[in-house]
Each structure stands twice: as structure tokens, then as C-alpha cells.
Write a protein that binds this ligand. Structure first.
Ligand code: XIL
Length: 380
């Protein structure tokens, strides 16, 4: 694609001089023209690239508006940005057939203007749905809505998305049944998944189409059921030649959910790889609700948990991409959710950078895991 094909970097939000000022203030050796390579220590993107991996970060328009230092960190550390909320259904198509891309465009343009890739999240999800997309849709209505939504989003960003989360969190939460009951399943049956992938592939043949899911890594019975359900689903899709190319493992780590056995996780990744699929870690962060309150001990435990997790994942050559679900503890979904926030009233510390945008032990753990990872072929 030629640079001139790109829409003007409208609403670019980050004034370049302001950004360079922020980088200088945080001690980065600023080299104008190359903010992504502007840190004294190698960036996480650079460490990943050395191993044929890609490293990205999710961020939101709100964060870009409010926190220039957060943006400076993301642009300096990541090779890919992921709009955290802006492409979800209720944001992108709040009314039937009425689309709003202002916020998503701003983030995709920001990434492009700094030479970073973008990834799309998420076309079909049971959360963040507008009320009109709720239960009670007829088969025809649901099919038409799915088609319009996916075609519009994928063709708008065609050629600009490294990958798309086409269906997010499709597995039944407890693992007791194969698929989660959603308005899409109710109206269209399991075929909604194949349809969503086919529509996305038609509109953007170059994006790596991904099925994204959580709670797949721990050595517990219920997560084992979820892994089995996921493998069954992937098998059915691959056998039907549905254009799914990668499994996104969200990687919201939560030690409270049970033991982590690296061999169990690696075995699962190998099973996915044997279907010809890549594996992406798409939403890495840590819920520290059962870790100690004291910051030093908590950060150490969180760092070790994350290092062990990534060491296991990155030992598998099928894993090509690691994305953190945020940048700084100043903004985290973990505290906004009663199931994930701490019960002692302390603020969670799920991210690589603290609330003042300084690197934490978690950042060092991710760097260490990337440094120790075996090299693989060129990542896409
Ligand atoms: C979260 C966002 O980070 C929050 O800002 C929002 O309020 C709720 O959604 N799994 C996903 C993400 O796939 O889309 C969710 O993101 C976190 C869990």
C-alpha cells in the first residue's frame, strides 16, 4: 500500500513537539523522527523483533486525550496499538446502520503516523452490544446486522489491520457446554462464527482473523474443559475451511484462579498449532487481588507470575504476538470490575508501568521473557 492511500492523519491528538517533550522529561534519549527507537534501553518492541515476535499495547482514546506520558510510553515501547474499546459494537455502530469511527480512526491514524501497526478488537462479542442487538432478534435480522457490521468495519480498515478479533469469548464460561449463549448463538446457531469469519475474510483478505478467548491457561478442571471446548471448536472450523488463522489467548492472568503448569499450557498451544494456527497473547495483564498488599512484594509476585507465563508461551514457536491490555496502572479495567478488583480497597497494579508512568518489575519481567525466548521465523 502506498503512503498516499492513507487517510490524512486527522484528529492526530498528539502534538509532536509535546510528545518529544514528554519523552525527554521521562529521560528517554530523543531522536526526532524515530520515537519508537528513542529509549536508552531497548524497547519491548525491539526485544520482541529480535526473536521474530511482535509486541503491542492496547490503549484508548480517553487515555490519549488525558495522558500524553502514557502515549509516549506506548509509542516508544510497542510496534502495534490496539484500540481498547473504540471498535466494539456499541461504539462503532451505536444505532443500526449508523457508524461512528471518529475514536477508532484517531487511534489507527496515531499508530500509522508513528510507523506502528494496528489490530482490530472485536467484531462479535456478547458485551458492549447496543440494546437493539440484544436477545429476540430474528434469524434474518441477526444475519443482516452481522453482515452489515462486519463488512463495514473490515472494509473501512482493510489493509491497515495486522489482525482482527473476529469472535471474542465464544466458549461457555464454565466449560460445561461448548458455546456461550449469546444473541448471535440464539439467532443463528453455531454457524454465526463461521459466517463472521467468512464476512471478515471477504472484506479484508489480508488481516489475520482471530478467535479470541480467556481462561485457557490454568491447570484446573474447568479451564481444562474450556481448552477442550476451544480445541473442538477450532477443529470444526478448520475442517470446514473457515478462514480462522490464529487463536488469541487473552492472558488476563489471575493467580486466584488456580495453579499454572507451563507444560499444560504449552501442550494446549501445540495442539492449536497442529491445526495450522498461530497463537497470539492478546490482552496480557495481571489481576493482583490475591497477591500481597505491600507494593514491593506484590510487584515481585506479579512479575514472577507473568515471567513464568510468558516463558511458557514464548517457548512455543506458534506464539507470534504479545499485546498488553493497557499501559499504566493509572488506567485499568481490573478496578472497574467487581470480579477482578481487590477487596482491601487498594488500587490494582496490573500493568507494566505504574500510575506515574514509570516502569515496574512487571516491565522487566516481560523484557526478560522476550530476551530468553527462542528466535522464530519472520512474524506477520
Ligand atoms: C475491557 C476494557 O478494557 C474496559 O475499558 C471496558 O470497560 C470493558 O472491556 N476482555 C476483552 C476486553 O476482550 O475487550 C475487555 O476490555 C477486557 C476483557
Amino acid at each position: 500500500m502506498r503512503a498516499t492511500d492513507w487517510p490524512a492523519a486527522r484528529g492526530l491528538l498528539i502534538d509532536r513537539r509535546r510528545l518529544l517533550g514528554v519523552l525527554a522529561a521521562t529521560g528517554a534519549a530523543v531522536r526526532p523522527g524515530a520515537p519508537n527507537a528513542a529509549c536508552r534501553a531497548p524497547s519491548l518492541a525491539a526485544l520482541a523483533a529480535e526473536k521474530g515476535l511482535m509486541f503491542g499495547m492496547a490503549l484508548t482514546r480517553e487515555q490519549v486525550r488525558e495522558a500524553p506520558p502514557l502515549v509516549a510510553v506506548a509509542l516508544a515501547q510497542a510496534a502495534m496499538l490496539v484500540p481498547g474499546n473504540e471498535l466494539k459494537w456499541v461504539r462503532a455502530e451505536p444505532e443500526p446502520g449508523q457508524f461512528d469511527f471518529a475514536d477508532a480512526d484517531a487511534l489507527v491514524d496515531l499508530a500509522h503516523a508513528h510507523g506502528l501497526l494496528s489490530r482490530g478488537h472485536a467484531l462479535v462479542w456478547h458485551e458492549a452490544l447496543p440494546a437493539w442487538m440484544g436477545p429476540g432478534l430474528t434469524r434474518a435480522e441477526a444475519g443482516a446486522a452481522l453482515s452489515r457490521h462486519i463488512k463495514t468495519l473490515c472494509s473501512r480498515y482493510a489493509g491497515r489491520m495486522h489482525s482482527w478479533d473476529v469472535v471474542n469469548e465464544a466458549i461457555e464460561p464454565s466449560g460445561a457446554g461448548p458455546l456461550r449463549r449469546t444473541p448471535f448463538l440464539a439467532a443463528l446457531g453455531e454457524d454465526y462464527i463461521a459466517r463472521a469469519f467468512a464476512l471478515a475474510a471477504e472484506a479484508d483478505p489480508d488481516a489475520i482473523l482471530t478467535l479470541n478467548e480467556y481462561d485457557l491457561e490454568r491447570d484446573t478442571e474447568w479451564q481444562a474443559r474450556r481448552r477442550a471446548a476451544m480445541l473442538d471448536l477450532l477443529n470444526r472450523l478448520v475442517r470446514r475451511r473457515v478462514p480462522v488463522r490464529a487463536l488469541g489467548v487473552q492472558g488476563h492472568l489471575d493467580p486466584a484462579k488456580g495453579r499454572f503448569d507451563p507444560e499444560v499450557f504449552r501442550g494446549f498451544i501445540r495442539a492449536v498449532a497442529s491445526l495450522g494456527l498461530s497463537v497470539f497473547i492478546t490482552e496480557l495483564d495481571i489481576t493482583d487481588r490475591t497477591l500481597p498488599g505491600a507494593v514491593v512484594a506484590r510487584d515481585r509476585a506479579a512479575a514472577e507470575e507473568t515471567r513464568a507465563y510468558l516463558a511458557a508461551a514464548l517457548a512455543e514457536p506458534a506464539v507470534r504476538l504479545v499485546v498488553t491490555w493497557g499501559v499504566s496502572d493509572a488506567y485499568s479495567w481490573v478496578d472497574g470490575n467487581p470480579r477482578t478488583r481487590r477487596t482491601d480497597g487498594l488500587t490494582s497494579r496490573p500493568h507494566l508501568y505504574d500510575a506515574a508512568f514509570r516502569p515496574k518489575p512487571l516491565r522487566a519481567a516481560v523484557a526478560e521473557a522476550l530476551r530468553s525466548a527462542p528466535a522464530r521465523g519472520i512474524a506477520r
